[in-house]
Design a protein around this ligand. Structure first.
Ligand SMILES: O=P(O)(O)O[C@@H]1C[C@H](O)[C@@H](CO)O1
Length: 315
């Protein structure tokens, strides 16, 4: 199935009919960071399997639940489990609507209006937009490439490198629906400067400055972790941390006019040296998430408290 505006609306309308929450803020939990959802009060929880059209989580550390609730009095929705390219979910996939009707497939494809595109990795983002969400807080677990980073550091994302995008894997590939956003959205302002400033203030007030960093996140397809040569290359290209998510969500969120705040928890140090005995592994990623859970919860709570409605942002 390819997703048209109307199909996204089916899911959004189903959620609106099944909860009284009207969230302005969405929080996407990275690997091992699902506990963030537990800080919401007055929860209404849906399993992804109960929501029409919703993909399913398949990764350990991603529970597969959509949690609505309030945080510091603000209505929020939290994804306990995101979707990754490596799970086999398409970032975009051509769906030819009239393939059966046309004898000439090439002709069908040349009429671009006759196909839609499936975007499962980022499907929830447009649902959030249709629910009225204005601000997306995206979190992830990432490997630290910057030699000054330590395991347990929290990196505010100031920019990204979209490696799959260099090969044409961008979540906006396919027909553009202007009701969501522009054909050619700007990405030089993807990570909201004011929200980063607010996060720095919050971190300073909480006494977290020692483990707060700001840097560039690079997404790869995964699921294999990087080789030593790849890590060295990414560092030279300007990446401070490497992961397997987030960027696709950010692109779709910015396309439909949301403000974005992103953070990476540095769960492991990327292996950069041929003499190293370290090996990246998912257990370490989840363990670091558990160890930093309470600080992340506190930081996100204070951040949400400080977020003002985005009055001039109408989709
Ligand atoms: O969902 P995120 O990006 O936080 O998860 C990272 C990337 C892989 O899914 C996993 C590897 O341990 O953690």
């Amino acid at each position: 199935m390819g997703y048209t505006y109307e199909e996204y609306k089916v899911t959004a309308d189903w959620l609106l009919a099944n909860t009284e929450h009207r969230p302005l803020i969405a929080i996407i939990c990275g690997s091992g960071l699902g506990g963030l959802a537990e800080i919401l009060k007055d929860q209404k929880v849906f399993s992804y399997s109960d929501i029409p059209n919703f993909p399913q989580s398949t990764v350990h550390g991603h529970a597969g639940r959509l949690v609505f609730g309030t945080l510091k009095g603000k209505s929020c929705v939290c994804m306990q489990g995101r979707f990754h390219l490596y799970e086999g979910y398409p970032i975009w996939k051509r769906q030819t609507k009239s393939a059966g009707k046309s004898a000439n497939k090439l002709l069908t494809l040349s009429r671009s209006v006759e196909f839609s595109a499936e975007h499962l990795v980022t499907f929830p983002i447009r649902i959030f937009r249709l629910l009225g969400v204005e601000t997306a807080i995206v979190t992830n677990a990432a490997g630290g490439l910057n030699e000054n980073y330590k395991v347990g550091d929290i990196m505010l994302i100031k920019d990204h490198l979209n490696m799959p995008g260099f090969a044409g894997n961008n979540p906006l590939v396919g027909p553009n629906d202007e009701r969501f956003g522009l054909r050619f959205p700007c990405m030089s302002d993807a990570y909201d400067r004011d929200l980063r400033k607010l996060a720095k203030t919050v971190a300073r007030d909480l006494g977290y400055s020692d483990f707060l960093k700001e840097g560039v996140y690079c997404v790869l397809g995964g699921p294999s972790f990087e080789t030593i040569a790849e890590c060295n290359m990414l560092k030279r290209l300007g990446a401070d941390a490497v992961g397997m998510s987030t960027v696709h969500e950010v692109i779709v969120a910015r396309h439909c006019g949301m403000r974005v705040f992103g953070l990476s928890l540095i769960t492991n140090k990327a292996v950069m040296d041929y003499n190293s005995e370290s090996k990246a592994n998912h257990e370490e990623v989840l363990q670091t998430g558990r160890e930093r859970a309470s600080q992340l919860e506190e930081m996100i709570s204070r951040l949400v408290e400080g977020i003002e409605p985005n009055n001039n942002n109408v989709c």
